[in-house]
Design a protein around this ligand. Structure first.
Ligand code: IPM
Ligand code: MG
Length: 357
């Protein structure tokens, strides 16, 4: 029997609440499946750890994580620690250090969830956004000179490499090929950005030749926002740069009814390092400790984790259980329900136990 080593990092705010919920559901899925077990180690890293130790994680943190098959991550961010410290101290060093270059964000309207577009319901919007997660506009290249003076200058340089663009294109084409519609939209801005984005387009066309059965098209990012709102059914798999996909995935979450249910996977497709799975929502300290955090995003990302570990049946069973519970209206207040985190969790555990799939 396979046993997977999972590193759980609940971290800040509602992170511990939704990770606890997710682990309960994962236990039920593993028990129901019978074919694998999860060996979970919890790490107490995050903003409280920072206040005690002056760092978000120990210096050998990444080394400790390497021994795991996957990382299940809650959220970082605290009201009294600057965001760039929490982010660059924990989540980003893991993403970058483990070369998790594919950030995968599925979006669907779950049954029972009210989405804002008139006439658009479950089935009309079924996308996966692939976000380049290692370079581009967020590569951290730039600087400031003459600080505070009238002639102050700041640069924020986008870095696009042939290796980086080729590998994310291959990942996106391969993912599109696995989905029933075999349809990929490459987001670009090559009309205005003549260098990096033109190379991006050229490499997309080169990689497309390796996937003759995938239908693909190209959209300028500004026009893409219009298409997402007016013709959501025309899209399936989407690939975009770090910045473009960051923005488009928030729009996607809103169009699906709530960012609160949106999951994300930070994947090293070559499997050299553990990949990391997390809900997109942040630490949400306004509702921390109230027991009403929506655990659906952490369930959905747990399903992504099972899929990545090679347990697609268990992943499908978990998502079916989540959809069944949403359809029954057992939801937290952020999506219009009255249930607590615990009630939603119990209902999903029940649904997993009863599943005959
Ligand atoms: C996301 C988040 C992060 C990002 C923030 C917290 C830096 O918005 O996962 O989209 O943009 O990378
Ligand atoms: Mg974002």
């Amino acid at each position: 029997m396979n046993s997977y080593k999972i590193a759980a990092i609940p971290a800040d705010g509602i992170g511990p609440e939704v990770i606890r919920a997710g682990l309960a559901v994962l236990d039920a899925v593993a028990a129901r499946d019978g074919g694998f077990t999860l060996d979970v180690t919890e790490f107490d890293w995050g903003s409280d750890y920072y206040k005690r130790h002056g760092a978000m994680m120990p210096a050998d943190g990444p080394e400790q994580l390497k021994a795991h098959d996957a990382i299940y991550f809650g959220a970082v961010g605290a009201p009294d620690v600057p965001d760039h410290i929490t982010l660059w101290g924990l989540r980003l060093p893991i993403c970058q250090g483990f070369d998790q270059y594919a950030n995968v964000r599925p979006t669907r309207i779950l049954p029972g969830i009210k989405a804002p577009l008139a006439g658009i319901g479950p089935g009309d919007l079924d996308w996966v956004i692939v976000r380049e997660n290692s370079e581009g506009e967020y590569s951290g290249h730039g600087g400031r000179a003459h600080k505070g003076l009238p002639e102050e200058v700041a640069t924020e340089v986008s870095i696009f490499t042939r290796v980086g663009v080729t590998r994310i294109m291959r990942y996106a084409f391969a993912l599109a090929q696995k989905r029933p519609r075999k349809l990929l939209t490459v987001v670009t801005k090559s009309n205005a950005q003549r260098f990096g984005m033109v190379m991006w387009d050229e490499i997309a066309a080169e990689v497309a030749r390796e996937f003759p059965d995938v239908t693909w098209d190209k959209m300028l990012v500004d026009a893409m926002t219009v298409r997402m709102v007016l013709k959501p059914q025309s899209l399936d798999t989407i690939v975009a740069t770090n910045l473009h996909a960051d923005i488009l995935s928030d729009l996607a979450g809103a169009l699906a009814g709530s960012l609160g249910v949106a999951p994300t996977a930070n994947i090293d497709p070559e499997g050299r390092y553990p990949s990391m799975f997390e809900p997109i929502h942040g630490s949400a300290f306004d509702i921390t400790g109230k027991g009403i955090a929506n655990p659906v995003a952490s369930f959905w990302t747990a399903a992504q984790m099972l899929e990545h570990l090679g347990e697609p049946m268990a992943a499908a069973r978990l998502m079916a259980a989540v959809e069944q519970v949403c359809a029954a209206g057992i939801m937290t207040p952020d999506v219009g329900g009255t249930a607590t985190t615990q009630e939603v969790t119990d209902a999903v555990v029940e649904a997993v136990r009863g599943a005959n799939a």
